[in-house]
Design a protein around this ligand. Structure first.
Ligand SMILES: C[S@@+](CC[C@H](N)C(=O)[O-])C[C@H]1O[C@@H](n2cnc3c(N)ncnc32)[C@H](O)[C@@H]1O
Length: 202
C-alpha cells in the first residue's frame, strides 16, 4: 500500500527557509524566474556537505537562490562557491541577495558566458552544479570533466528538457562519469515532471 497523495505528503517535509530564501521564492514566482526551489536546494546542501565539498562551481546564478544553499554548506565546510552568470543585472541582484543572506564572503560571482569562463579556469572543483541553458549542457560537459576532481559530483538540473538529451547520452556513455538520472516532480520546482542528473567523476 502506498501513502495516498504522495506529493502533498512529501510537501509537508520541505524544510523551512529563512526570510531571504522565502522572498526569493516569491519573487521567482511573480517574475517567472526558474529557480531550483527548496527541495533541490536542500539536496544541494546535503550533497555538498556529505561530499565535504570545499571548492564549488555553479553554472547559472540567476538571483542567487541555489548559490545561497551551496554557500551555507560552505559555512560548515569552510569552502567557497564560484558562480557564473552571463546576465549582468542578474549577477548584481544575486550579489545583493548574498549580502542579505549573510553569505557574500563565501561566494564570487563572475559575469560572463559559462563555457567561455570555464575554458579559462583551472580548478579543481569538488562539486559542480549545472543550471544554464539546457542546450549548453552537452558543451559544458568536457569543461566539467576538466574542472571536477576525480570523486567529485556534478549535479545537472532539468535534464528532462529535450535540450539536455545529448548531454544525457554523453554523460551515460563516457567512462569517466558514473551518472544516475532521477525522475522527479518537485514542489516549487518544475511545473511538470522533470529530471535531475547526479554524476560522479570517476
Ligand atoms: C535556471 S536559471 C538559474 C537558477 C539558479 N541556479 C537558482 O536555482 O537559483 C539560469 C540562469 O543561467 C543564466 N545562463 C543561461 N545560460 C548561460 C550561459 N551559457 N552562461 C552563463 N549564464 C547562463 C541565465 O541568465 C539565468 O540567469
Amino acid at each position: 500500500m502506498m501513502i495516498p497523495n504522495l506529493e502533498g505528503y512529501f510537501r509537508e517535509f520541505v524544510p523551512m527557509r529563512d526570510a531571504t530564501l522565502m522572498a526569493l521564492e516569491e519573487e521567482a514566482r511573480q517574475q517567472e524566474i526558474p529557480i531550483i526551489g527548496p527541495v533541490v536546494g536542500e539536496l544541494l546542501y546535503v550533497l555538498a556537505l556529505a561530499s565535504q565539498a570545499k571548492q564549488i562551481l555553479e553554472l547559472g546564478t540567476a538571483t542567487g537562490y541555489s548559490a545561497i544553499y551551496l554557500a551555507r554548506a560552505c559555512e560548515v565546510s569552510g569552502g567557497r562557491v564560484v558562480t557564473l552568470e552571463r546576465d549582468e543585472s542578474m549577477a548584481r541582484r544575486a550579489q545583493a541577495n548574498f549580502q542579505e543572506a549573510g553569505v557574500e564572503h563565501r561566494i564570487e560571482v563572475t559575469v560572463g558566458d559559462a563555457l567561455q569562463e570555464m575554458a579559462k579556469m583551472s580548478g579543481p572543483f569538488d562539486f559542480i552544479f549545472m543550471d544554464i541553458d539546457k542546450e549548453n549542457y552537452f558543451h559544458a560537459l568536457p569543461y566539467c570533466q576538466k574542472l571536477l576532481r576525480s570523486g567529485g559530483i556534478l549535479v545537472a538540473d532539468n535534464v528532462g528538457f529535450q535540450g539536455a538529451d545529448n548531454f544525457n547520452q554523453a554523460v551515460a556513455d563516457h567512462p569517466e562519469w558514473r551518472p544516475v538520472h532521477l525522475l522527479c516532480l518537485l514542489p516549487l520546482h518544475s511545473p511538470e515532471q522533470d529530471g535531475l542528473c547526479l554524476a560522479l567523476r570517476v
